[in-house]
Design a protein around this ligand. Structure first.
Ligand SMILES: [Mn+2]
Length: 313
């Protein structure tokens, strides 16, 4: 990837030591079943980000001043399992350095690694998934790390809330918690879904956005577009409410499948990412010290701690 800094920001805002935010690109597309191309997502997203205004009108902030470190891309692709391990490791490394960690895919299976890391580092984690597809298969095409399985693990060990769902296999109904699932056809006729979903969240929230959650009219460049998706302002309203009321500990955005003749999707992804950072840091001064609320005492106190296996960071 040619991009040296995120959004072309000056070097002083892009250094790991001082940056509060870390962005991990994961250009992985090993298991997609229909249209390939999500491996080109991070580059298209970064290129679009370089052509974006860095002042956010709504919050009146320039969030890049908080510092954004563009990490080395995770390029491990020898197997879906090895990719997930590499993403898990990179994510955890930066969480432990007290950063606000974000990732950009790549297909949705990368989120198995990010969510696993956040779930190990934060108590009572809620995962909010915006997605057209349930992604709850336990195994698909011989792997537990297929994109169709992206949220199975989270369904078993986190408080998973699924939003925008409009496509799934009948077998997934046996895994799905319908009390915490907001189907697109119901959201279309019910304006209480946002409050209801937020009410079900614990304090620590990780957000995973599969861009196919959006309606294909505004987000056509994704591997498996589905009609009847989320629109821009309702999505921002929902996200803003989560960032305001909860402790969002990190997020990832996946499944941008760029098309050289259709650039608006790349810009939507770029703007969405920047908006989420703007909401996260809107009340934080540039000189305030960031505390990602990860408690290092977990690591040192207890020798049986789940952090011991790979503390070499
Ligand atoms: Mn998905």
């Amino acid at each position: 990837m040619e991009n040296k800094t995120y959004a072309g920001i000056e070097e002083e805002y892009s250094k790991l030591d001082s940056a509060k935010i870390v962005l991990i690109p994961v250009p992985y597309d090993g298991t997609s079943t229909w249209q390939k191309g999500a491996d080109k997502g991070p580059e298209a997203f970064l290129n679009a980000s370089e052509n974006m205004e860095l002042y956010d009108i709504e919050t009146g902030t320039e969030v890049y001043l908080q510092g954004v470190y563009l990490a080395d891309a995770v390029t491990e692709n020898s197997s879906p399992e090895a990719m997930v391990d590499a993403v898990h490791k990179a994510t955890k490394k930066y969480i432990k350095r007290n950063k606000f960690v974000t990732a950009f895919g790549g297909e949705h299976s990368i989120s198995i690694g990010t969510i696993r890391a956040f779930n190990e580092c934060f108590d009572n984690l809620t995962v909010v998934q915006l997605d057209a597809h349930a992604d709850l298969r336990k195994e698909y095409h011989g792997s537990k790390c297929n994109h169709a399985c992206a949220l199975y693990e989270a369904s078993q060990n986190t408080n998973l809330i699924q939003v925008g769902i409009r496509s799934m296999d009948v077998l997934e109904t046996t895994v799905m918690d319908t009390e915490k699932t907001y189907f697109a056809h119901e959201m279309a006729v019910d304006d209480t879904w946002m409050d209801s979903a937020i009410h079900q969240m614990t304090e620590n929230v990780f957000i995973t956005i599969d861009l196919d959650a959006f309606d294909p009219s505004i987000m056509p460049s994704t591997g498996t577009p589905e009609p009847g998706g989320l629109l821009w302002y309702e999505t921002l309203e929902f996200l803003k409410q989560i960032f305001t009321e909860k402790n969002v500990v990190g997020f990832d955005i996946v499944e941008l499948c760029p098309n050289k003749n259709e650039k608006s999707s790349d810009f939507l992804a770029a703007k969405l990412y920047y908006k989420m950072l703007s909401y996260k840091f809107q009340n934080e001064g540039v000189d305030d010290e960031y505390d990602n609320s990860f408690d290092n005492s977990h690591v040192n106190k207890n020798n049986n701690s789940k952090f011991n296996e790979e503390d070499e960071y």
